[in-house]
Design a protein around this ligand. Structure first.
Ligand code: GLN
Length: 438
């Protein structure tokens, strides 16, 4: 979007001179290619949207541009946001700039890379089951997933509508707060956006954490976690403890069901949402079909990638008569139990602290042959989406191979302020420690 960006930059320069520029004047940004920008291509990393251009702007894009941010481009992603490594794109895999033999995480891998490699100051990602937080963790940057309903989904291509939320990926927690306060707030175009006041999130930085009650869910610190990651997190926990936060062990007993519940529900929603790509209305259409049915079948067969097709089939299966009760309805009930686990712990805690992911960035190709191992990469992130909560991933040291470790903070509904406050504290304390003379 070079030309468009330069034109906007000239305009904004003028407004700066007149003292009328917006709060994000000149901030260079990128957005995941799942958000609509008027007259721009919108691919969702899929061949099925070949040559499709959006006729309108997403609300959050409108809000960023109204504050004079400059969006310089769209970023690569797992097709329709389905994946944890950004290897599922029609346009090819994204590499981690810290080690190009490794994945950047996903599905917002392109957005995390744009920030980590300093191509943009901030980028927008979306998070259905971890896609903002996990790539941020893998690339050593900050990712903030807002409460479901905090940011309008108008113009965000639907994957699983009761889970999807857009949010910022940035270098610092303060930047994430600044972007969030710009994009948040009720929108008449999205009936699920919440009519709740938007606080000045950026005023939460440089506050103390004295007396804040931080819960460590024991299920998130079980065997699976690598020892070097555990020790990075432990250091951060000690810093918080020394600063007067109250650290307490808590339990979220239904955690073990989160992955299964998530993958039943999101595939069900996706199978319905993706029915609209039929070769007739958008983008790609197969050539010379013998009949109308053939046109639908061939367009979808050729237009969607493997993972997307797997999920449409899974989702169709769990919604079909005879299996609906056993899978879909059951998963909805477990979703309620998972949400109640959080309600319960938030009676005694202000915030939860966990790892963002069970590993640091893995090698490209490592998990491609076995979808289940890829799904397991989401073990610490999906519960937050099942419960609709806000969460942030902040960098927390390095593992033994020098790869960044992500620390996740989970807040009460609409209490992004809390995760921003604690996240900013952790970020600055860790930076101080790293800069301290040995
Ligand atoms: N990896 C998860 C999935 O594939 C999460 C993706 C996301 O948050 N968009 O569904």
């Amino acid at each position: 979007m070079g030309e468009r960006a330069l034109e906007r930059a000239r305009d904004i320069d003028g407004r700066v001179q007149q003292g009328k520029a917006g709060s994000l004047a000149g901030v260079v940004m990128a957005t995941k290619d799942i958000l609509a920008m008027k007259d721009q291509p919108l691919t969702c990393g899929s061949h099925i949207l070949n040559n499709y251009k959006s006729p309108f702007d997403a609300t959050l894009i409108e809000r960023l541009e109204a504050e004079d941010a400059i969006i310089i481009g769209k970023t690569n992603m797992d097709e329709f946001a389905m994946g944890s490594s950004t290897e599922n794109s029609h346009f090819g895999a994204v590499k981690n700039p810290l080690d190009t033999s490794r994945v950047p995480g996903g599905s917002s891998g392109g957005s995390a890379v744009a920030v980590a490699a300093d191509m943009a100051l901030a980028a927008i990602g979306t998070d259905t089951g971890g896609s903002i937080r996990q790539p941020a963790a893998f690339c050593g940057v900050v990712g903030l997933k807002p409460t479901y309903g905090r940011v309008s989904r108008y113009g965000l291509v639907a994957y699983a509508s009761s889970f999807d939320q857009a949010g910022p990926i940035t270098r610092t927690v303060e930047d994430a707060a600044l972007v969030l306060e710009t994009i948040a707030g009720v929108d008449p175009h999205d009936s699920t956006s919440a009519p709740i006041d938007v606080p000045r999130f950026s005023s939460e930085v440089n506050q103390d954490v004295q007396g804040l009650r931080i819960g460590l869910p024991k299920e998130y610190f079980a065997e699976g976690l690598a020892p070097d990651m555990r020790s990075s997190l432990k250091q951060a926990i000690e810093l918080l403890d020394r600063a007067g936060a109250k650290i307490m062990e808590v339990s979220l007993p239904h955690t073990e069901y989160a992955i299964a519940t998530y993958y039943v529900l999101v595939t069900a929603e996706a199978s319905s949402n993706l029915a609209r790509y039929d070769g007739a209305r958008y983008g790609f259409r197969s050539e010379n079909p013998a009949s109308l049915d053939e046109m639908y079948i061939q367009s979808r067969t050729q237009g969607f990638g493997e993972e997307v097709k797997r999920r449409i089939m899974l989702g169709t299966y769990v919604l079909s008569a005879g299996y609906y009760d056993a899978y879909y309805r059951k998963a909805q009930k477990v979703r309620t139990l998972i949400r109640r686990d959080f309600d319960e712990v938030f009676k005694t805690c202000d915030c939860l602290l966990t790892p963002t992911a069970p590993t640091t960035a893995f090698k490209l190709g490592d998990k491609l042959d076995n979808p289940l191992t890829m799904y397991l990469a989401d073990i610490y992130t999906v519960s937050v989406n099942l419960a609709g909560l806000p969460a942030i991933s902040v960098p927390c040291g390095k593992d033994s191979s020098g790869l960044p470790v992500g620390l996740q903070l989970i807040g009460k509904p609409f209490d992004e302020s809390m995760v921003i406050r604690i996240g900013d504290f952790v970020e600055k304390q860790i930076a101080d420690q790293q800069n301290a003379p040995a």
